[in-house]
Ligand binder design. Structure first.
Ligand code: NAD
Length: 491
């Protein structure tokens, strides 16, 4: 802990700061990764949340209103939410109790602590996780997340969601997830490379091209995948090296990546929105939508929605919220975000409050940031017809109840954002066969696979008269149950 951080964590220093203005001042004084240069202070909001010493009052409905950092909602319970969802499906379909018992637990939970040399010559010991939930359907598969809030429960939950996702889409993978608890804004590019490589080395044979295949997630990208790939390939025997190209997916094209992988999750979201709109009489030309999170998933979804003539009217990311009722150009905003690190300060839109963002009247809402954003409080604010969940776990169970009562349709995460893992599977296949598919082929196969999954979920929703989230869970469990029944339990 550095001096300023120590100072701010002292309650006597915090308590006198009780107005919004002073809070902002405090924030600016100490800076914030990605926004202000020159300060190492960070994590005040997490601290306040954990210790309940936040200088801001909690407004009505429990929604925290700090404009600069809003990831306050408790998310350590995501794993409980995932298990609750499984129970809900079991109430509708009497799945085999023993098989459900297996699926309620993760198979392997790997925690590694590894040292990395920083640019000042000192050594930092970081903690990384890889959770392998299930591999009944094929090798473990799932992203790697770099975020200060990463913990074992979050990774367990996300690994479990991956198992459901691969099962729904009928692709031969299991479910896994990994992550390191860190804020990338605290590290230089060289340090990030050393961290990624040392994490890969620490995981050793717990990952592998036929065993467990990582991919990008929050704050990781194709560059980080290339470092993981290179480290893994450099630490196997020389004659094995080129058999390991597919140890990760989401790589740069030149290193064996697939056409269309970078936009795949957003592309999948848009294929499903298109399908839903055609079935519900919504014309996407002129339809309005709002997006939370403008990283890989959010920005690609918006850029692809533009091709349908839909109008982006509000965006929120970790730096703030903006709106323009006449429309925001997603391509222009993407360039701005790349240059400035977030949407804050984008001059072709108005800055708005978090609550105003959630209250914006639109046809579609695309959450594409973190989990537990749609709570009972924020679900009451939403004024949309459809929520297409680009993010994993963006809606908590209380939020879900409100959406149901308010008749807001949801394309659930495990279906909606499955485009990423579908094209990861295509990338893996291309690597194994030494093939290169063109973009048209990748997109056509993605559309076919994700629409087939949509239809399976819709059929289950109609057959069992349940919401789509429960239907998606039923589809996933049915496939896994079938496989376990066919193979039996060893020995
Ligand atoms: P990313 O790091 O590229 O972008 C994350 C975005 O969320 C950023 O714009 C960030 O500013 C924003 N954000 C972070 N905290 C926020 C907060 N508190 N409030 C508002 N915005 C906030 O990550 P990504 O790859 O786009 O992933 C986004 C979501 O999609 C995650 O839930 C991830 O698990 C899920 N997902 C990603 C992929 C993929 O292929 N990348 C695939 C499936 C699902």
């Amino acid at each position: 802990m550095n001096n300023s951080e120590q100072k701010i964590r002292n309650s006597d220093d915090i308590r006198p700061v009780d107005t919004r203005k002073e809070w902002k001042l405090l924030y600016y004084q100490h800076g914030r990764p990605g926004l202000e240069e020159g300060s190492k202070f960070k994590g005040i909001c997490r601290y306040c949340e954990l210790k309940d010493m936040c200088p801001l009052p909690k407004p009505e409905g429990g929604v925290w209103r700090c404009s600069y950092y809003r990831a306050f909602q408790k998310k350590s319970n995501l794993y409980n939410h995932v298990l609750e969802q499984l129970e809900k499906a079991k109430e509708v379909v009497p799945f085999d109790a023993d098989i459900c018992k297996i699926l309620t637990e993760t198979m392997n939970e790997i925690v590694v602590h590894f040292p990395v040399k920083m640019k000042d010559g000192r050594v930092k010991v970081l903690t990384g996780y890889r959770v392998q939930h299930n591999n009944a359907l094929g090798p473990f598969k799932g992203g790697v997340r770099f975020h200060p809030d990463v913990d074992i429960d979050e990774i367990k939950a996300l690994a479990t969601l991956m198992t459901w996702k691969t099962a729904i889409t009928n692709i031969p993978f299991g479910g896994a997830k990994g992550g390191i608890q860190l804020d990338p804004a605290d590290f230089s590019s060289d340090e990030m490379e050393r961290i990624s490589r040392r994490f890969t080395y620490a995981l050793g044979n717990n990952i592998g091209p036929e065993y467990d295949i990582p991919a990008p997630d929050v704050n990781t990208n194709s560059q980080i995948m290339a470092w993981i790939q290179d480290t893994y390939m450099s630490t196997v025997a020389p004659n094995e090296r080129n058999r390991c190209v597919h140890v990760v997916t989401g790589k740069p094209i030149e290193s064996g990546g697939s056409q269309g992988r970078e936009k795949a999750t957003g592309q999948g979201v848009v294929f499903l929105i298109e399908k839903w709109a055609s079935e519900h009489g919504m014309d996407l030309k002129g339809a309005t939508y709002i997006v939370q999170g403008f990283g890989n998933v959010g920005s690609w979804t918006a850029r692809l929605m533009k091709k349908h003539g839909a109008k982006l009217i509000a965006v929120e990311d970790v730096t703030g919220s903006i709106s323009n009722k006449y429309g925001i150009d997603p391509d222009d905003l993407s360039s701005y975000v790349k240059a400035h690190g977030g949407v804050r300060g984008y001059l072709k839109a108005e800055p708005i409050e978090h609550v105003t963002f959630f209250s914006t009247k639109a046809d579609i809402f695309i959450p594409a940031a973190l989990e537990n954003q749609i709570t009972d409080a924020t679900a009451e604010l939403l004024d949309v017809k459809l929520i297409a969940e680009g993010a994993n776990g963006p809606t908590d169970p209380e939020g879900d109840k409100v959406l149901k009562r308010r008749n807001i349709a949801v394309i659930p995460d495990i279906l909606c954002n499955s485009g990423g893992v579908i094209v990861s599977y295509f990338e893996w296949l291309q690597n194994k066969r030494s093939e290169f598919w063109d973009l048209e082929e990748v997109d056509a196969k993605l559309r076919k696979t994700i629409i087939a999954a949509y239809e399976r979920v819709r059929e289950a929703a109609e057959r069992y008269k349940v919401d789509w989230r429960t239907a998606a869970q039923i589809v996933a469990l049915a496939r896994l149950e079938m496989v376990y029944k066919e193979r039996g339990i060893f020995p």
